[in-house]
Design a protein around this ligand. Structure first.
Ligand code: GRF
Length: 208
C-alpha cells in the first residue's frame, strides 16, 4: 500500500448505520481545528432511521440514506461509491457502519478507507468485540483505527488506545469506557492520515 497524499481540504465522507457518536467526534474535531485540512462533506447511512443522520444534519453536513432494498452487496456498494465520488470524497471513514464492503468499494478507495473497532486488534475482530474481551478474561482491551482492506478488521493499524477491564465490568460499562477512548482516538488517527507524515512498511505505519 502506498501512502496517499491528500489534497487540501481533504474531503471526508463518513458511513454510519446507527447513533453516529464517532462521526460527531470527528465532526467536532474538524470544527475545532484538531484535524487540519479536513472537511466533512457527507454522512451516508444504510439505515433510514440511523440517529446519526439527524445529528449530522443539524450541524449542516449533507446526509444521505442508501438502503440495500433487496439489492446485492455489489449493487448497493456501487451506489454508495458513486455518491462518494460525485461529492469528490478523498477519504472514507467508517463509523459504526454495519456492512462489509465489497471488493469494488475497497478497490475504488484503496488505502483511503478508515475504520474504528472497539478492541485491540487483532484480538476480537467482528461483532460484539467488548463481549468477546470480557468472556476471554483479558485485563486490558481498547480500540483500534485501521485501514480497511479485504480482511475482516484486518487492515494495517493506524492507532490504538488501551482501556482497562475492571472486575465489576458488564458489557455495557466496558463498552462505555471504550467509547470514550474511541472519541479521542479516531480524530487523532484521522489527523495523522490527513497530515500524511507517515510511511507504510509492510503492515506497519511509521510516523515521521
Ligand atoms: C463503535 O463502538 C465503533 O467502534 C463500532 O461501532 C460503534 C459505533 O458507535 N465500529 P457510534 O455509531 O459511532 O456511536
Amino acid at each position: 500500500m502506498s501512502v496517499e497524499t491528500f489534497r487540501k481540504p481533504c474531503r471526508v465522507g463518513v458511513l454510519i448505520s446507527g447513533r453516529g457518536s464517532n462521526m460527531l467526534a470527528l465532526s467536532d474535531a474538524i470544527r475545532d481545528g484538531r484535524i487540519a485540512g479536513a472537511l466533512m462533506v457527507a454522512v451516508i447511512s444504510d439505515q433510514r432511521d440511523a440517529a446519526g443522520l439527524q445529528r449530522a444534519a443539524t450541524r449542516g453536513i449533507e446526509t444521505l440514506t442508501i438502503e440495500r432494498r433487496g439489492r446485492t452487496r455489489a449493487e448497493h456498494d456501487g451506489e454508495t461509491v458513486a455518491a462518494l465520488q460525485s461529492r469528490g470524497v478523498d477519504l472514507v471513514c467508517l463509523a459504526g457502519y454495519m456492512r462489509l464492503l465489497s471488493p469494488h468499494f475497497i478497490e475504488a478507495f484503496r488505502g483511503r478507507i478508515l475504520n474504528i473497532h472497539p478492541s485491540l486488534l487483532p484480538s476480537f475482530p467482528g461483532l460484539h468485540a467488548q463481549r468477546q474481551a470480557l468472556e476471554h478474561g483479558v485485563r486490558w482491551t481498547g480500540c483500534t483505527v485501521h485501514f480497511v482492506d479485504e480482511t475482516l478488521d484486518g487492515g494495517p493499524i493506524i492507532a490504538q488506545e488501551v482501556v482497562p477491564v475492571l472486575d465489576d465490568d458488564t458489557e455495557e460499562t466496558l463498552t462505555a469506557r471504550i467509547l470514550v477512548a474511541e472519541h479521542k482516538l479516531y480524530p487523532q488517527a484521522l489527523a495523522l492520515i490527513v497530515r500524511g507524515r507517515y510511511e507504510i512498511a509492510g503492515r506497519r505505519i511509521i510516523r515521521h
